[in-house]
Design a protein around this ligand. Structure first.
Ligand SMILES: Cc1ncc(COP(=O)(O)O)c(C=O)c1O
Length: 357
């Protein structure tokens, strides 16, 4: 998004345009970035974003609102918003900020360059795992590595593993057919997914994916791009396991990890491979799904049963014999306060089974 807005800024500075309305359809995060970068460049650039009504988390929605974009909520799913935004960009003089726009893909290629740099350009044993929605990320990643490969900066191409939920899996389904000539792309009607930002049935970058996968495998001289499908249950469980191991993974990060586990079971990934997983958003943006999982309130259409070993909840402590407790604006003092502190410490010691010193 920085790359796209920099280009618009360049056009403004060089007098090629004077006022720009930047628009995008979004499952939440594209709009956050578009609105933020556009807000740097006010008043010449204004932004408008189209979101599927009730299919964007409140945390995601707060971002374009906070950055001052005009936000439209549209009935349907992302694919419907995308069609409207495409119609707008055909009829009106606006800048389209979806990954359909090559400015976006070109900027996103830097993800591959950074991976290459971080591994000192040795990529033969790496597998880059990426959740797929509108297929911008995976296109940019393949394209970036191909460019580094063509220049000789890297001498081997890493494996790429694209992951989709079984509730939004058009790319996975396309590649189920092993014979390239017989493959036919069929958009899918998406079902609710906890990887909500990737709940896309007709990815706008599908033609790019088809072209780049072919080029990538050809350049590597063997199959190096793979696809995996995962269940909603696996997405939630692996998100929680990732976060229990020190990561800050959102549901899409969980999807990537679940995909890696699936691919390993299928023998697509070796024990010695090193995974680089794209956890596309901050965990907090999708914490509502964690809350529902912990409270066993995920709607039935997701097919998710909480694993008791992963469920967590705060414990409210108020020993019954403790009559006086502090409250905001009503602190306790003297003996009451000492009793409160001592009883609470005792109670926590007992719950945690702590040894007295
Ligand atoms: C958090 C998150 N993960 C994954 C995706 C899917 O990425 P792409 O649309 O590039 O495939 C998106 C898309 O907006 C996203 O916001």
């Amino acid at each position: 998004m920085a790359s796209a807005l920099s280009y618009i800024n360049y056009m403004l500075q060089t007098g090629q345009v004077s006022e720009v309305l930047a628009i995008c359809a979004s499952t939440g995060d594209t709009s956050a970035a578009a609105a933020l970068y556009a807000s740097y460049l006010t008043p010449q650039i204004k932004s408008a974003v189209l979101l599927p009504f009730k299919k964007v988390t409140p945390q995601q929605l707060s971002q374009p609102l906070g950055s001052g974009a005009t936000v439209f909520e549209i009935p349907g799913v992302f694919d419907d918003c995308m069609k409207v935004v495409e119609a707008l960009s055909e009829r009106y003089d606006v800048a389209l900020l979806n990954s359909k726009n090559a400015w976006r893909i070109l900027g996103q290629e830097s993800y591959s360059y950074e991976i290459a740099q971080d591994f000192e350009y040795a990529l033969s044993d790496k597998v880059v795992v990426v959740p797929i929605g509108n297929a911008g990320n995976i296109s940019a990643i393949m394209s970036g590595f191909l460019k580094f490969y063509a220049t000789g900066i890297i001498t081997s191409l890493p494996k790429i593993l694209g992951v989709q939920s079984e509730h939004a899996n058009p790319v996975y389904r396309y590649y189920l057919e092993p014979n390239a000539v017989k493959r036919e792309f069929v958009p899918v009607a998406v079902r609710p997914s906890v990887a909500q930002a990737a709940m896309i049935g007709n990815p706008v970058s599908m033609p790019r994916v088809i072209h780049l996968v072919e080029r990538y495998n050809q350049a590597a001289g063997r199959q190096r791009v793979f696809f995996a499908e995962v269940a909603e249950q696996e997405i939630m469980d692996w998100e929680l396991i990732a976060n229990r191991n020190g990561h800050v993974a959102c549901t899409h990060g969980g999807e990537a990890l679940a995909g890696l586990v699936t691919a390993k079971k299928q023998g697509l990934v070796a024990d010695t491979d090193i995974g680089v997983l794209d956890s596309t958003a901050h965990a907090l943006k999708f914490s509502g799904f964690q809350e529902m999982y912990f409270a066993n309130q995920i709607p039935p259409e997701f097919n998710i049963q909480p694993d008791a070993a992963l469920v967590n909840a705060p414990r409210y402590l108020h020993p019954q014999d403790l009559k006086k407790v502090p409250a905001p604006g009503k602190p306790l003092g003297g003996a009451d306060f000492n009793r409160f502190v001592n009883r609470m410490a005792e109670e926590i010691g007992a719950v945690l089974n702590l040894k007295k010193i």
